[in-house]
Design a binder for this molecule. Structure first.
Ligand code: FES
Length: 295
């Protein structure tokens, strides 16, 4: 099926270099506004194991869709005023979550994200005006503004979908390990060849792993960061919070994962790293996917 020509233009947003200075300035503002690590982790969605933004965005979108629907029904002025105003309030946390995610995207994703954010901010402003007009009893102009805001927010939602589904922002980049890592145990070489307390890269077929030996213990995770595919073996080794043991920090956007479990300690990643079960036999290290029930 042929796509609408106008929608083809969306794919070209990622090549618009003139958006880069806007993205750079916005990124600085986001960095200054959302400085505490716990706040960024919360807004990324680390506690729920998924990005928070798509979930949070459903609330204003639903409220505004309700307002648009009721606007064509006579006698619903009170309800639509409330829906428009509640949408504006609920857009603030949704936008905050989106901004902290956006600030950790790559260059091409950031360009599309700038336009997505501009649509959403514009729509929120239009709905704020719509609410004020309705609150003053000027319901005709409030409705017109509401329909305009709804059109703009739908354009923003379309771009958000493009960003996730076409440009793979916010999706798990380690999902294919279960298909690409051959079943069973795999040799990672001699334990003596793994320097104690240093991150190392090992390869099984096409699958990259990050491996850490600590004394007689060996931990291994997928070496491709679940956030955007960063090379974890080139990251930093950190001492994690109590109970997490040694952690690896991704060199690209500083996500932190427990080497013992693959759990996310800090975002922007929200998906845990696939963790491999290991054993040492006659001085040789073997590993297999811990989640797989394989012989
Ligand atoms: S690729 Fe972004 S934190 Fe690893």
């Amino acid at each position: 099926m042929k796509t609408f020509t106008v929608l083809d233009q969306v794919a070209r947003l990622e090549d618009q270099e003139w958006l880069d200075p806007i993205a750079g300035a916005t990124r600085n503002i986001v960095g200054a506004l959302f400085r505490p690590q716990w706040l960024r982790d919360l807004l990324h969605g680390v506690p729920i194991g998924h990005p928070l933004h798509p979930l949070a965005a459903q609330i204003p979108l639903g409220l505004w869709a309700g307002a648009a629907g009721l606007d064509i029904v006579p006698g619903t002025e009170k309800a639509t005023t409330l829906l428009a105003g509640a949408g504006v309030l609920s857009a603030l946390p949704a936008a905050s979550a989106g901004l902290v995610d956006w600030a950790q995207l790559d260059t091409k994703q950031s360009r599309t994200g700038v336009v997505h954010a501009a649509c959403v901010v514009t729509a929120t402003g239009i709905y704020a005006l719509s609410f004020l007009q309705r609150a003053r009893g000027r319901h005709a102009s409030g409705k017109l503004l509401g329909f305009a805001g709804f059109s703009v927010v739908l354009a923003g939602a379309f771009l958000g979908g493009h960003l996730s589904y076409r440009q793979t922002a916010g999706v798990n980049h380690t999902r294919d390990i279960e298909d690409t890592l051959p079943k069973g145990w795999h040799s990672l070489g001699r334990a003596d060849d793994l320097p104690n307390g240093e991150l190392q890269q090992r390869q099984v077929g096409d699958v990259r792993l990050v491996v850490l030996r600590t004394g007689s213990r060996v931990d291994a995770l997928s070496g491709v960061c679940s956030h955007l595919g960063g090379p974890l073996a080139e990251g930093a080794l950190l001492v994690g919070p109590a109970g997490t043991g040694a952690c690896v920090e991704c060199p690209w956007h500083k996500s932190v994962f427990s080497m013992r479990t693959g759990d996310v300690v800090h975002g922007p990643a929200t998906t845990p790293q696939p963790c491999l079960e290991t054993m040492v036999q006659d001085g040789e290290v073997f590993a297999r996917l811990a989640s797989a029930n394989w012989d």
